[in-house]
Design a protein around this ligand. Structure first.
Ligand code: FNR
Length: 338
């Protein structure tokens, strides 16, 4: 197995090792006011929406994880099956490995084969050449392309990049790629300045991928001979990053540390067009099986519909009108930053 492919397998093992059920994060410090007289009824239709012009059953999806190794072939196969059965979108892990090792393409294509018509999102790093990225999009029949910005992760990796001049290539990607591009972090959060800068360069969709869930400093630290554990705390919490994206008036996805349907609902109330979940769904699959994950997602769909009703909503259009308030530590950070 190549170094790169091996790294993908290590990420899967370490994401499991460091996974903490219900770890506290910024969603716990955010609260919503509920009407005691809702005047609504529960309907799963109320949570249906569209993503990249396709109908989906819910505004949450399986966010980017894997591809490019033997284990990831099996995982993407199962994720594709689950996405098809539950009719939610699926983002695959970085396919940049294919520019060096094209023979690994099956581990990505298998997901599209399981879900021929659903919303499938491809993912590459910020250095991937535009022609290569477009080739990946075409082969996967991807509906959108995530481009991940992962400077902290790279710096935590002994073999990682040390050159972060990415903007020129991002511009080339924007010009060449024929599907919508989503600019995404990997769990350290997009800051307002970056969102603003890239908005001015014509990028329209962002995935905040804030801190509070999977922590790639911790994961890479376990693969590193140097101790870089001090990098684990430098991320921007998901709630703050989401408020920054909302302030910039861009379309955005809320992700990073989403643990349950209430976190999904809070993400939507922050203004997210959709909410992405990675490790919680991966662990449901790895520790149990494909049926367990499928049932979990169907349960989340029902529970999200329940939440909508008890918060007085008959559809997803007015969630921004729900009053939000924050515990003091988060409020202090928000007051300083926004
Ligand atoms: C990831 N993530 C990720 N992101 C990305 O843009 N490209 C990638 O290849 C990967 N690979 C990857 C592997 C594994 C095993 C995990 C768990 C995660 C990051 C992911 O999309 C997300 O931004 C973070 O995991 C934070 O979300 P959660 O896990 O807290 O829901």
């Amino acid at each position: 197995m190549s170094l790169r492919s091996n790294r993908k397998e290590e990420h899967l093992v370490l994401a499991q090792r460091f996974y903490q059920d219900n770890k506290q994060n910024s969603f716990d410090q955010m609260h919503l006011v509920r009407p005691a007289l809702p005047e609504t009824e529960v309907s799963v239709k109320a949570i249906q929406t569209t993503m990249f012009s396709k109908k989906v059953a819910a505004p949450f999806f399986i966010n980017a994880m894997t591809g490019g190794s033997r284990k990831s072939y099996l995982i993407n196969k199962k994720l594709g099956q689950v996405a098809a059965k539950t009719n939610i979108a699926l983002a695959l892990g970085s396919a940049s490995i294919l520019t060096k090792e094209p023979s690994l393409s099956d581990s990505f294509l298998i997901a599209r084969q399981q879900d021929p018509t659903g919303v499938l999102i491809a993912n590459v790093n910020a250095k991937t050449a535009a022609e290569q990225a477009q080739k990946i999009v075409t082969e996967l029949k991807a509906d959108a392309l995530q481009v991940h910005l992962n400077a902290v992760q790279e710096i935590a990796m002994p073999e990682g990049d040390r050159d972060f001049y990415w903007l020129n290539n991002l511009k080339k990607l924007r010009q060449k790629v024929t599907v919508p591009i989503i600019i995404k972090e990997v769990g350290f959060g997009l800051d307002e300045r970056t969102i603003h800068l890239l908005k001015n360069e014509g990028f329209k969709v962002f995935d905040v991928a804030g801190s509070g869930g999977t922590n790639f400093a911790q994961i890479e630290n376990a693969r590193n001979t140097n101790d870089v554990s001090y990098l684990s705390d430098i991320g921007l919490p998901t709630v703050i990053s989401s408020l920054m994206a909302a302030k910039q008036q861009v379309d955005f996805i809320v992700s990073g540390g989403v643990r349950n349907p209430l976190d999904v609902f809070k993400g939507l109330c922050l203004g997210g067009k959709a909410v992405g979940i990675s490790n919680v769904f991966l662990q449901a699959l790895i520790k149990h099986d494909v049926n367990y994950l499928q049932n979990l997602i169907l349960e989340w769909q029902e529970e999200l519909a329940n939440l909508l009703a008890i918060y007085g909503q008959n559809d997803l259009t007015k969630l921004n009108e729900i009053k939000k308030y924050y515990d003091l530590p988060l409020k202090i950070a928000i007051d300083q930053l926004l």
